[in-house]
Write a protein that binds this ligand. Sequence first.
Ligand SMILES: Nc1ncnc2c1ncn2[C@@H]1O[C@H](COP(=O)(O)OP(=O)(O)OP(=O)(O)O)[C@@H](O)[C@H]1O
Ligand SMILES: Nc1ccn([C@@H]2O[C@H](COP(=O)(O)O)[C@@H](O)[C@H]2O)c(=O)n1
Length: 291
Amino acid sequence: ATDRPTPQHAPRAPPTPPCDPSPWSRRRADPSTGIRFGAQLVRRRGAMGTVVDAPAVVTEKEVVAENMLGDKKVTVVFVLGGPGSGKGTQCSNIVEHFGFTHLSAGDLLRAEIKSGSENGTMIENMIKEGKIVPSEVTIKLLQQAMIKNENDKFLIDGFPRNEENRAAFENVTKISPAFVLFFNCSEEEMERRLLGRNEVSFFTYVLMFGLCILIKTTLFLFPTICIILQGRVDDNIETIRKRFKVFVESSLPVIEYYDAKDKVKKIDAAKPIPEVFEDVKAIFAPYAKAT
Ligand SMILES: Nc1ncnc2c1ncn2[C@@H]1O[C@H](COP(=O)(O)OP(=O)(O)OP(=O)(O)O)[C@@H](O)[C@H]1O
Ligand SMILES: Nc1ccn([C@@H]2O[C@H](COP(=O)(O)O)[C@@H](O)[C@H]2O)c(=O)n1
């Protein structure tokens, strides 16, 4: 709560230099140019030589130090919400309609486990426990993915998950999000969805077994298929409950932090998928791909 900027009705802040990126500056990005226009107040000479406070047009270059991508100006949207709120589902829709690149922190961590990296076991244990992996690991993966990708519009899904994630990302990359898309959903509904995500019918197993017999590779292929069908290691009731607790204790404060900066766009994620996407579309309209 100490990080919250002073409310709107509070007395005006002391005058700040035009380029000071203080919470008083309410910056808005022009999606076509990537330039942010600030309604920051600067002291100007008015009529008859009086000193007036006037809105200044401030470009992002002036406000934010060069980011980790050098001259390349990027638009970053953080996609947050409880486990199973539908972040990944809607990110796929946004990618398709608005040309963003989807970077899921969870997917990057799971890929790191599969790659056999030295951090693999640590990451796997943290995920099984629903705990948050140290920021330096996740940020390095996000950084590498952003540098490799030529796109300039990124949806960062499931990150920042806690205050450490948030502060470290901004310090290391010098990138702040254009806004935060927050999928709001009840735990009851999220639990139902997550348990459903792991559900594979007995019929599917029988079908796969039959298929393996047909192509005579039962011994090797069937166990592999079973592992794949098992789904995510954290989609079980025990881990799901732990993830909910972590979300409330560590992730909600991050959303509150950005809300205090007027950067949160909240979506009712309890609605059916197409209806949620209608709401998402309205938010992303300024980023529509040119046809
Ligand atoms: N609006 C919705 N209504 C009903 N089911 C949904 C909705 N959105 C997503 N789902 C389903 O809920 C499950 C979880 O969705 P998804 O993987 O998109 O959530 P998530 O927020 O990315 O989860 P996580 O944080 O665990 O990665 C999926 O099986 C998905 O098909
Ligand atoms: N910033 C993050 C994001 C994720 N994790 C770990 O991965 C798990 C799954 O994440 P999803 O976004 O795919 O649900 C999550 O429970 C964490 O264990 C992380 O540590 N840091």
